[in-house]
Design a protein around this ligand. Structure first.
Ligand code: GLU
Ligand code: MG
Length: 465
């Protein structure tokens, strides 16, 4: 931490409860209350990656930071080094990237005494940022939006299916016979099995203490399914909080012999979404404020039009896996086409909230999305709307799954890549290097799946083919 940065710390501003300033962290470390620091960079899958640093070493070097192998930003879900990335390769020796702590991303992990969790950014040795890093991608879209005079407020809505048994047990049984933590659809139920009830209580309190303000926890519409909504706030802070939440929920569940599953389609007919509630703000307040549905502010109409016209080309950034596309099924509450409507949960973009609370709910991202990338894609689409004024189709009234004139969501990741690669809106928003990187990641995901013979294929074809 340089003197300049220390000086710039928002010591006097309200700091979300649970978050700490770097000066406060130094204090904790000097008093021996914090002994280790997890300095994290979100990887391509949105998982925090890094090292557990000895706390005194971390505070000594807060500015010169730590190093991670660059392949963390060029790998698949199983951490397989993949060829075809410009960022790093065997030819380049899989060298290091620097990681610089973000002073606004420091929190304590209350369930792991003595531990702080710090979000960081990846840098090349010459000090330039890594342009394919998810946090950097998001920052560039926020800067573009700031040029239009807007900043964004974001609230996330996270779904997952909670299973009985640890990850190790699931692995040992070949992922067969997985048991949801309760056997029925307990949507909106307020009575839960005691183990789940205790878990929700504990999870809520730990998140709250870790500076991850929970709005609500509810059981969702499938066996074992849970939804958490987080309080609306600054975009980068919301993405960092969600990343820390993923770490915490896994950790707490495992300690109780349970496992959360964030796959977009955890089983046939079940979808885990990661909906984004967002609004644009200017010096005059919420730019989406409206009082009559026939009188939406032009900026809101442009944002919706941008989303409908650009999101079809951005799917690899919010639906990054082969599994992502199995979630988009009719009458499941996951969208099947690029539609919009007023308080219509079958639409891709739902206008919701009234008056000054008006906002858009973008229902396209699945729970397997990297939140930084999903938000960056969403903002790129909104910017396209503000800049290029595409036509706004009429809102969907009635059943959006019957809206035959809407652009359907891509059938699979291969179609999503075809719409993404070379698209002008995408290139203008992210640049060639970023597009090439994420096309390569999607191709690697497709090739892996194409090369595997699965249990389900055997079940379908064994003895009958
Ligand atoms: N599970 C649904 C999805 O995959 C969303 C349900 C809801 O409206 O919260 O998007
Ligand atoms: Mg839900």
């Amino acid at each position: 931490m340089t003197d300049k940065e220390q000086h710039a710390e928002p010591d006097t501003e309200p700091w979300p409860a649970g978050m700490v300033t770097s000066r406060a962290l130094r204090g904790y470390v000097e008093r021996g209350e914090i002994t280790t620091v997890r300095l994290a960079v979100p990887d391509m899958q949105g998982r925090p990656k890094g090292k557990i640093l000895s706390a005194p070493v971390f505070v000594d070097r807060m500015d010169s930071q730590a190093e991670i192998c660059a392949y963390v930003l060029a790998t698949d879900i199983n951490m397989t080094p993949l060829d075809g990335f410009d960022l790093t390769s065997w030819e380049q020796g899989y060298g290091d990237l620097g990681v610089k702590a973000d002073p606004s991303g420091i929190r304590l992990l209350p369930h792991q005494p003595g531990t702080a969790f710090v979000m960081g950014d990846a840098f090349h040795h010459d000090g330039t940022p890594v342009e394919v890093a998810p946090r950097y991608l998001l920052r560039t879209q926020l800067e573009r939006l700031a040029d239009f005079g807007y900043h964004v407020a974001l609230g996330t809505e996270a779904e997952f299916v909670l299973h009985q048994g640890t990850l190790e047990e699931a692995h040992r049984t070949g992922y067969h016979g997985l048991r949801p933590a309760w056997p029925h659809n307990l949507d909106y139920a307020l009575g839960h099995p005691p183990q789940a009830s205790d878990f929700f209580h504990h999870l809520h309190d730990v998140l709250q203490e870790a500076g991850i303000p929970v709005e609500a926890i509810k059981t969702e519409g499938a066996a074992g399914q849970v939804e958490l909504t987080f309080v609306y706030g600054d975009v980068m802070a919301a993405c960092d909080a969600y990343t820390a939440f993923r770490l915490i929920v896994h950790d707490l569940a495992q300690r109780r012999g349970m496992t959360p599953n964030f796959m977009a389609a955890p089983s046939t007919g079940v979808g885990n979404g990661l909906h984004l509630h967002l609004s644009l703000w200017s010096a005059h307040g919420n730019a989406f404020t409206y009082h009559r549905s026939e009188d939406l502010p032009p900026v809101m109409e442009r944002a919706i039009a941008g989303l409908l016209s650009a999101m079809p080309h951005l799917a690899p950034l919010y639906a990054p896996t082969v599994n992502s596309y199995k979630r988009y099924a009719p009458h499941t509450f996951a969208p099947a086409g690029y539609t919009w409507g007023f308080d219509n949960r079958g639409c891709a973009v739902r206008v919701t909230g009234v008056g000054e609370k008006a906002h858009l709910e973008v229902r396209l991202p699945g729970a397997d999305a990297n939140l930084y990338l999903a938000v960056a894609a969403t903002l790129a689409a909104i910017i396209h709307g503000l800049q290029d004024h595409p036509d706004l189709p009429p809102p969907c009234v009635g059943d959006p799954y019957a809206a035959n004139d809407a652009i359907p969501v891509p059938a699979d990741l291969a179609e999503a890549v075809r719409r993404f690669d070379g698209n002008k809106i995408v290139l203008d928003a992210f640049g060639e290097n970023v597009v090439r990187h994420y096309v390569r990641a999607a191709q690697a995901e497709i090739s892996w799946h194409c090369s595997q013979v699965t249990d389900i294929e055997r079940e379908y074809g064994f003895g009958r083919a």
